[in-house]
Write a protein that binds this ligand. Structure first.
Ligand SMILES: [Zn+2]
Length: 260
């Protein structure tokens, strides 16, 4: 049985507290929404800490982002939520936050796209990085458009992450998976480099999705992560010999008139 609007308001307030307690947002960052029906969306207000909201702070908007109900101003990122709802009829909730390790990857220009962990490959495929776009404008969403049909979690360059799913809890758990995956990837890199799984193992994991009840449209046609075969062995990476390096330095010094 589907939940009442009162229950959905309560869910958003609860998830807001969790997102705040986990340190995925600071001050008034982040936003959460739930699609109520074909015409309306329940969303968080702007300029309110999402860890300290009451159910009466929430706003109901139409699919153009116009406020229908509520006393506060709606989130400034409603356009991103509405774009995702329009492109993904299967999605009923969207969560945007700035989890620090995943956002660190987004600020370093690094997608979380290596085939490292079975649960992440089964659940998310991989996590792409969308180009930066100015918050509060349509540019914020432009970089995500190629990824929204195929992915349930996206890093936003120099900004944060957005996750979505069939309810607000699934969106929250996907954000949790993204941040957990970012932390593990970071540790693996500190320990000498993350080692991707081979293509054959990734194929088996994709095939096993049905057993885990992974059924969203995006998840059945996931963006494939980068596998062992895609990663160049370090011996084939671009390396300079000593004489090549000296020649480059010589050229640079000549160009500046230091060497004749
Ligand atoms: Zn943000």
């Amino acid at each position: 049985m589907s939940k009442s609007i009162a229950e959905l308001r309560h869910d958003i307030v609860e998830i807001g507290k969790l997102v705040f307690q986990k340190g995925w947002i600071a001050a008034n960052d982040g936003n959460i929404s739930i699609r109520l029906d074909n015409n309306t969306v329940l969303c968080t207000p702007t300029a309110v800490c999402k860890g300290m909201m009451s159910v009466d702070d929430l706003i109901i908007c139409d699919m153009e982002g116009n406020k229908i109900e509520g006393t506060r101003a709606r989130t400034s990122e409603i356009a991103m939520h509405l774009t995702i709802y329009r492109m993904r009829p299967d999605v009923l909730s969207v969560l945007h936050a700035h989890p620090p390790v995943a956002t660190g990857f987004a600020c370093a220009g690094r997608p979380l796209n290596l085939a490292l962990l079975p649960e992440v490959i089964i659940g998310l495929g991989s996590v792409p990085l969308a180009d930066y776009g100015l918050p509060g404008t349509s540019a914020l969403t432009d970089g995500m458009l190629p990824y929204i049909p195929k992915y349930d979690a996206i890093l936003m360059a120099n900004h944060g992450a957005v996750c979505y799913g069939e309810d607000v809890y699934q969106a929250f758990f996907r954000m949790e998976t993204v941040e957990h995956f970012a932390r593990i990837t970071f540790v693996a890199e500190m320990l000498g480099g993350a080692k991707a799984l081979p293509r054959e193992e990734v194929r088996k994991l994709f095939e096993s999705r049905g057993r885990y009840g992974v059924n969203s449209r995006a998840q059945m046609e996931p963006g494939a992560p980068v596998v062992t075969e895609d990663v160049q062995p370090s011996s084939e990476r671009f390396e300079l010999t000593r004489s090549q390096l000296l020649a480059i330095i010589d050229d640079a010094l000549r160009a500046r008139g230091v060497l004749a």
